[in-house]
Design a protein around this ligand. Sequence first.
Ligand code: SF4
Length: 431
Amino acid sequence: MSTKVSFYTLGCRLNQAETAALERNMEHRGYQVVDFLQAADVVVVNTCTVTENGDADTRKLVNKINRIHPDARIALIGCQAQIQREKLLALPNVYWVVGNSRKMDFGEILYKNFDSPAPRVMTPVISRKSFKIATSGIDRRHTRANLKIQDGCDFFCSFCVIPYARGRARSREFADLLQEARELIAAGHRELVLTGINIGTYQYRNITINDVVETLLNMEGLLRLRLSSIELTTIPQNLIEYIKRDKRLCPHLHIPLQSGSDEVLKAMNRKYTVREYAEFIQFVHWQTPGICLGSDVLVGFPGETADQYEETYQFLSELPLSYFHVFSYSERPWTKSRGLKPKVSAEVIEERSRRLRELSLRKRQEYLAGNLGTVQYILFEQQKRGWWKGLTDTYIRVKVKSDCNLYNRYLPVRLMRIDNQLIIGSLVNSE
Ligand code: SF4
C-alpha cells in the first residue's frame, strides 16, 4: 500500500502555489495525497514566519495533528523551517524540518529517509540562481491556479524577515513558467494568478514582468490573468494600458502601502513617498473606473507616534481603495527594526489595528455597494448548500442559488444585494 501524505499550508499565496506543485510531485512519485483531516502516514505543514502569529500557528497546528493523528509523522517545511529549525525540532513528533532551499525536493527526501531513526534537518543556504519547478501546481480544489514566477526579495524593508526566510530575489526560467501555464490551462484552470514574493522584479535574462504578462495574455484558452501583490516602484508603465485594453487582465491591483507617514516609510526602508503612492492610486482609479485597489498596512512600527498613525488613518480613508489588510507589527529575527525604539505597546497596536480594520470593512462595503445593479462575469468555483460561489475579475465574491452544476463556468450575473462580505446575485440568460 502506498504511503499516505497530507498537506496543510500556512501563510501566503506563494506557499499555496508551492504546496500544489509539491502535491503533484509526490503523486508522481507514487505517494497517495489525502485531505488534511484524513488518516495519513506523513503530515506536511508548509510554514509561514512573516509575523509572530505565523510562528504560533505552526505550534498550534502541530498540537492539533498530534491530537487527531497521533501516529502520523510530521514534516515542517518552508519559511519558518528555514530560519528556526531548533525551535521546530523541539515540537513533538516532528521528523523532518526542511527549509525553502530544499522543500520542493521533499518527495525525494521522504523516499530516502522514511525510516530514518533521527529527525532530518535540511536548511542549506538558498541559491540566488533562476529556477525551474518540476511539476505543475494543478489544483483540483480551485478553478483558479497560482503560477509561481519569482521568489525572494532584495528590498530589505526594515521590518521584514522574508529576504532571510526566502532568500534573495530570483526568477523562474521563462520557458518553464510558460510550460506550466499551458499545463494548467489544459487541465481546466481558466484563471491564473501570477505569484511570487516581489513579482514586479521578475527578470530572466532580458525578460521582465511586462513580457510575462504580454506572453500569457496571448495564450490560447486563458480566460483571466490576475496579478498578486505588487510593489509600487516595480509596476510596469504600460500595465494600466494592458488592463484597459485586454479584459482578461483583471482590473485588480494589490499594492502594499504599509504606512501613510513619510517618516515611518523611511524608517521602514520603503522606496516611495506617501505622495507618490497617492498619485499612482488616483491615476489608476481615474484611468480604470471600477478597478479594485487593495493594500497592506503595518501598524505599530517602532516609533510610530499617535500623529503618524492618524496620518495613516486619514490617508487611507481618503484614498479610493477597495480594501486593505491590516498587519500588527511584531519583532522578527534579523530585521533592522528590532533595534529601533521606542516600541509601541501591544495594547496600542491592538487598538490602532482595530480602528483600521473597521475602516477597511467600511471601504469594502462601499466598494461592494458601488457594484450593485451591474452585470458582471463570474467564474464559479464551489457549491455549498445550493449556493454557487465565484469571483468577479475585480475580486468580488458573489453567490447565486442554482441547481445546475456551475463548477468552472463563466457566466453573467446581476449583482443584487450585499450579504456580509459578498454579494448575492442572479444569473442572467442562464443556459
Ligand atoms: S518588498 Fe519589503 S515587505 Fe515585501 S518581501 Fe521584500 S522586504 Fe519584505
